[in-house]
Write a protein that binds this ligand. Structure first.
Ligand SMILES: Cc1cc2nc3c(=O)[nH]c(=O)nc-3n(C[C@H](O)[C@H](O)[C@H](O)COP(=O)(O)OP(=O)(O)OC[C@H]3O[C@@H](n4cnc5c(N)ncnc54)[C@H](O)[C@@H]3O)c2cc1C
Length: 399
């Protein structure tokens, strides 16, 4: 069996890594020129952790664990006011990641580099997928540059804008919150000398002021230096070094004029976005103002906060979907990547049964039914405005 994966993000790389581990022929097609630093910290729960345990080689799994964040003081999402006084706390969504590394976090670039480590030449960069042709016994995917790849299965893993998903299931209905996340990071070294309250070491921190300006703080002190782990566990693989940092994000209305911006955030450069962050915390406690002042301006960028509506069940075929391409959701639950990794593991498990004689399309259908049952409740709850800023809101449990 030959599997073609469109998109080398979290889900596509994890699926590719797992299929290589279990001896399945796979090609991963990624539009970008390399593995770039898109985003910083990813909160990890048991959905993501268990999937990685199944998909990764033992050395890669150990590298994932050892480059994840140190155990926090408390395993909660702490909710604070503008003076960093606690308003409440919410359990993280999903079961804890592991007994020894409960509810951890990873640096997104490091995770993707670890996932790519097993792929070698099976990972194709500058490979922008535009569509496919399906026959009774194969599927051929087309790239923008005219190349084609043929296999038995095609997996759409190109995120919310996925062309394969669009062809397979129709145009997704975007659910835009109208907000953008301006996210950034500040190194622990740059914070030296500040009297940081211990709550900033907790699992994840959401802080908002009376007008509703909302900041999040995500500590990322890796357990071990990333380069040291690479040299020991994955020789030959380059893992970009990561200094311990605090991720700082503010949610703002994307279009102005408003409290943060004079116009659209999409027109603002890094320095202007940083200035918006600085202005937003003028009434906040001095330590928050100091943290925001010290943000590395070259790390600042803005992304839309949005999701896509879930899709009614469909008849399975040899073209399937994983991750944000099918259940893109706003990041407020820290669940999108975890669910995408769970998809990769479930799909791999079902594809492996084909080698034992199971029917390919039936196995894909079984994966898709399971995925809709566990992923849709989370995606729908994350899109519910009531889930924002509420210490007590708990989504429907997933199946
Ligand atoms: C600010 C922010 C914070 C977040 N924090 C968390 C968190 O803490 N925990 C969590 O679980 N989730 C989090 N998420 C959600 C998480 O980022 C996504 O759910 C996850 O990345 C989805 O993985 P994916 O592989 O489906 O898609 P992506 O990671 O978006 O990967 C898609 C890949 O496909 C490539 N691609 C796109 N188009 C094409 C094409 N035509 N051909 C080939 N390749 C293509 C892209 O370059 C990309 O590499 C966060 C999201 C945001 C925006």
């Amino acid at each position: 069996m030959r599997v073609i994966v469109a998109g080398g993000g979290v889900a596509g790389l994890a699926l590719g890594h797992g299929l290589v581990k279990y001896g399945v022929d796979v090609e991963v097609l990624e539009a970008r020129s390399g593995i770039e630093a898109t985003g910083y910290r990813l909160h990890m729960n048991a959905d993501g952790g268990n999937a990685l345990r199944f998909l990764l080689t033992p050395a890669a799994y150990a590298a994932y664990e050892q480059t994840s964040r140190r155990n926090p003081r408390r395993h909660v999402l702490a909710i604070l006011d503008e003076n960093l006084r606690e308003r409440g706390a919410r359990a993280h969504i999903g079961a804890p990641n592991d007994r020894l590394v409960p509810h951890t976090a990873v640096n997104r670039l490091t995770l993707r580099q670890i996932l790519a480590s097993a792929l070698g030449e099976r990972l194709h960069h500058d490979a922008c997928v535009i569509g496919y042709t399906e026959t009774a016994d194969s599927v051929t995917v087309r790239l923008e540059d005219g190349r084609e790849f043929t296999g038995d299965v095609l997996v759409a893993a190109e995120g919310m804008g996925s062309p394969v998903r669009r062809q397979r299931l129709g145009e997704p209905e975007f659910r835009d919150t109208g907000e953008a996340a301006i996210y950034s990071r500040v190194s622990y070294a740059a914070l030296e000398g500040l009297d940081l309250p211990p709550v900033l070491e907790d699992g994840f921190i959401l802080a908002f002021d009376p007008p509703g300006r909302e900041f999040t703080f995500g500590p990322f002190p890796p357990r071990r230096p990333v380069r040291e782990v690479a040299a020991e566990l994955l020789p030959g693989t380059t893992l970009t070094d990561v200094v311990p940092y605090l991720q700082v994000t503010v949610s703002v209305p994307a279009e102005g004029p408003n409290a943060f911006t004079q116009g659209s955030v999409w027109d603002a450069d890094q320095s202007a976005l940083h200035t918006h962050m600085v202005k937003a915390v003028q009434e906040w406690s001095p330590v928050v103002r100091d943290i925001v002042d010290r943000i590395d301006v070259t790390s600042v960028s803005a992304v839309p906060i949005r999701g896509i509506a879930t899709t009614e069940p469909w008849e399975p075929s040899r073209v399937t979907v994983v991750g944000d391409a099918i259940h893109g959701m706003p990041p407020n639950y820290g669940a999108g990547a975890n669910t995408a990794l769970k998809d990769a593991a479930y799909l791999a498990e079902h594809l492996l049964r084909v080698a034992d004689g199971s029917d390919l399309v039936e196995e894909i259908g079984a994966y898709e039914a399971a995925m809709r049952a566990y992923a849709y409740p989370i995606a729908n709850a994350a899109q519910n405005p009531a889930s924002r800023n509420d210490a007590t809101f708990v989504p429907e449990p997933s199946a």
